[in-house]
Design a protein around this ligand. Structure first.
Ligand code: AMP
Length: 250
């Protein structure tokens, strides 16, 4: 069984992002980049399925700039067997990425595609759903448990106030939630081995996809600055302020 794992290069989650002065986006100059955390969970899940003997091949794929090779090498150090970069310097957007992934699905014919539920840079939460629609595949989103057996995948989904379990016929699309697993760290020997694993580079034209952005960002703003707090001298003063100034109690 073959699994395709789409991963995205994003600003590392530890970085405190700064909005550019012209409000056109986030400043990416000299900022540490990393694999999107939900994609790390997707890679880990694929690797665990391979360790269980369910999966035989894991292909990590990404749509992005040349530098995204770094994240593909990380995916291969974590256990992916090979990888494909669809190289573009355009800002990637979910519909364009889903179309590129559909072309890779047609080429690779995977039984399962495991994506992150969302990329932490744009918080779109759209690509997996769009890919499933374009491929006519069933989808299990926000997975917290994934079980593959007898040509089906059972996905336990985290929904408001509880869990829902759905059964999908393969091939299918699954997107990962935070509690699905805890990704491992790549060991040094595996990082070295990953350098020799195959990494194929394709252009959008090679797979017949136009990645020109369709959505225009009008403005990006940082959250409003929080006002400084004050110290109160007594519980009475606190209650008085909550009642008469903040008006949150009566
Ligand atoms: P999004 O819909 O942008 O929030 O992203 C959800 C998931 O889609 C990510 O966790 C990735 O698995 C996948 N994805 C998004 N953008 C890309 C990209 N440029 N290349 C490969 N996979 C992507």
């Amino acid at each position: 069984m073959k699994v395709l794992v789409p991963i995205k290069r994003v600003v590392d989650y530890n970085v405190k992002v700064r909005v550019k002065a012209d409000q056109s986006g986030v400043d990416l100059a000299n900022v540490k980049m990393a694999m999107n955390p939900f994609c790390e969970i997707a890679v880990e899940e694929a690797v665990r399925l391979k360790e269980k003997g369910v999966v035989t091949e894991i292909v990590a794929v990404t749509v992005g700039p040349k530098a995204s090779q770094e994240q593909l090498r990380t995916a291969m150090a974590l256990g992916a067997d090979r990888s494909i970069l669809v190289e573009t310097d355009e800002q990637t957007q979910p519909l364009g990425v889903a179309k590129a992934l559909k072309a890779l699905v047609d080429k690779e014919q995977p039984d399962l595609v495991i994506l992150g539920k969302q990329a932490i840079d744009d918080d779109n939460n759209q690509t997996g759903q769009m890919l499933a629609a374009l491929c006519g595949m069933s989808q299990g989103t926000f997975a917290s448990v994934v079980e593959v057996a007898d040509g089906k995948v059972k996905v336990t989904r985290e929904i408001d106030g509880g869990l829902q379990t759905v059964e999908l016929t393969l091939p299918a699309v699954v997107t990962t939630d935070l509690r699905l697993n805890e990704p491992r760290y790549a060991s040094l020997p595996n990082i070295m081995k990953a350098k020799k694993k195959p990494l194929e580079t394709l252009s959008p034209a090679d797979i017949g996809v136009d990645l020109t952005p369709r959505v225009k960002t009008i403005k990006v703003e940082p959250p409003a600055e929080r006002q400084a707090g004050i110290k109160v001298a007594s519980v009475e003063e606190l209650v008085d302020k909550l009642k008469n100034e903040a008006k949150v109690i009566s």
